[in-house]
Design a binder for this molecule. Sequence first.
Ligand code: AMP
Ligand code: ZN
Length: 115
Amino acid sequence: MTSDCIFCKIAAGEMDSTMVFEDERCVAFEDLNPQAPTHILIIPKEHISSMDEAESNHSELLGHLLLTGAKIARERGFAGRGYRTVINTNSAGGQTVFHLHVHLLGGRQFVFPPG
Ligand code: AMP
Ligand code: ZN
């Protein structure tokens, strides 16, 4: 837990969020500023600032975040139609909160490349 990190506070239940999933390694909650009908953030309970700080010992955890997103997408019923998972990294990647998170976006058509 990093004391000034809002996502650490959400993971610890010290800050309000609309939680959609929790297990021993991660939590998932609704994004405050949704960019699609479903916009969920999946974060590790362990504080990792960004993909730029991730190490080989995080391999299993990173896979777990992606698989958690896939599970939520199936449960919400839009997996078959399709959805997008996004990890923004550092400033040019559009990252604004420096606790690694996977965006799960679903319920509309997406285009590529993203902006
Ligand atoms: P990124 O730009 O990839 O770092 O994404 C950060 C995301 O966190 C944005 O989509 C924000 O809308 C979202 N966000 C920031 N603060 C909160 C919060 N307290 N609860 C839920 N989502 C948040
Ligand atoms: Zn954190």
